[in-house]
Design a protein around this ligand. Structure first.
Ligand code: 48F
Length: 263
């Protein structure tokens, strides 16, 4: 059968815009496709919620591809290993409480599992702002403002577009970008000790890993922080190349939001 380039174009446009249109009113929008965002996205989509994940880069995976310092092996602690094995990522026990996995296998499989669970992935798409509304007298995040990453990178003066979302997960890692934008542009008080972003502290893996999960919560009505962004928001430590806390944070934020969505 001869190939018609115009039909190829039509197939791309139809496929993409069907996905886009079904994302106009989301249950959950996730910003950032690192280990925490991917895990949260997969678990929420598995429960049947309308979930989309926005990733600035072309590839999903955030900081997990390179293990530690490009030595592409990841380490997780025992209590989080199920979040790798549940999706078929082989792990090997190392000493008592540690497990290792191939960083590339882990990254690609977490991404694949999220896609196959029904997450609508928009890669090459940056979230540049949020939508704020007053609901019952309380300001709340009700959507996201997105723009194509090449537009952002080239500094082109092109307006973004807007999608609605019942909940937003800030999973942008160390940068905590969405939250910084919210605080910079608006007179708002976060659910943190100072009411602002506390910032990240230096390396202390043991405390940081526990705190990542504790700090995974609703920081502003409608907006949850997960992964490294949770510690950067609440003023805890960095943990370096151990990824269990990221996975457990994704699991926690998914459970908390699912409970709220189920009412
Ligand atoms: O940094 P990242 O992997 O986030 P994470 O899930 O995991 C952190 C670990 O990788 C590691 C660590 C502990 O082991 O400290 O750093 O918390 O992934 C964050 C993703 O968000 C994307 C960014 O490109 C990256 O892939 N991102 C950041 N800002 C935006 C964004 C934005 N405004 N819009 C879309 N994507």
């Amino acid at each position: 059968m001869p190939l018609d380039e115009r039909i190829i174009t039509e197939a791309i446009v139809d496929g993409y815009f069907a996905k886009f249109k079904s994302s106009l009113e989301l249950d959950v929008a996730i910003v950032g496709g690192g280990p925490s965002g991917l895990t949260a996205a997969r678990l929420l989509a598995t429960e049947g919620f309308n979930v989309a994940l926005f990733e600035r880069k072309l590839s999903l995976g955030g900081g997990m591809w390179g293990g530690g310092m490009t030595y592409n092996v990841i380490v997780v602690q025992e209590e989080s290993a199920h979040l790798l094995t549940d999706v078929g990522i082989p792990v090997a026990r190392y000493k008592d409480n540690y497990f290792t996995a191939d960083a590339v296998a882990a990254t690609t499989t977490l991404a694949s599992a999220a896609c196959l669970a029904g997450v609508k992935v928009f890669n090459c798409m940056s979230v540049e702002d949020v939508v704020l509304r007053e609901v019952n007298g309380i300001k709340r995040v009700t959507g996201i403002v997105i723009n194509s990453s090449p537009v952002e990178m080239a500094g082109l003066h092109v307006d973004p577009v807007v999608l609605g979302s019942k909940f937003l997960i800030e999973a942008t890692g160390h940068a905590t970008e969405v939250l910084h934008t919210l605080v910079r542009k608006n007179d708002v008080k976060l659910n943190t000790p100072s009411g602002g972003i506390e910032g990240e502290q230096s390396m202390w893996a043991d405390v940081a890993e526990t705190n990542t999960v504790k700090n995974t919560r609703e920081i502003f009505p409608g907006l949850y922080v997960a992964g490294m962004a949770a510690n950067a928001s609440f003023g805890s430590y960095r943990m370096g190349p151990i990824f269990g806390g990221m996975l457990l944070s994704g699991e926690k934020v998914a459970a908390d939001i699912a409970a709220k969505l189920r009412g």
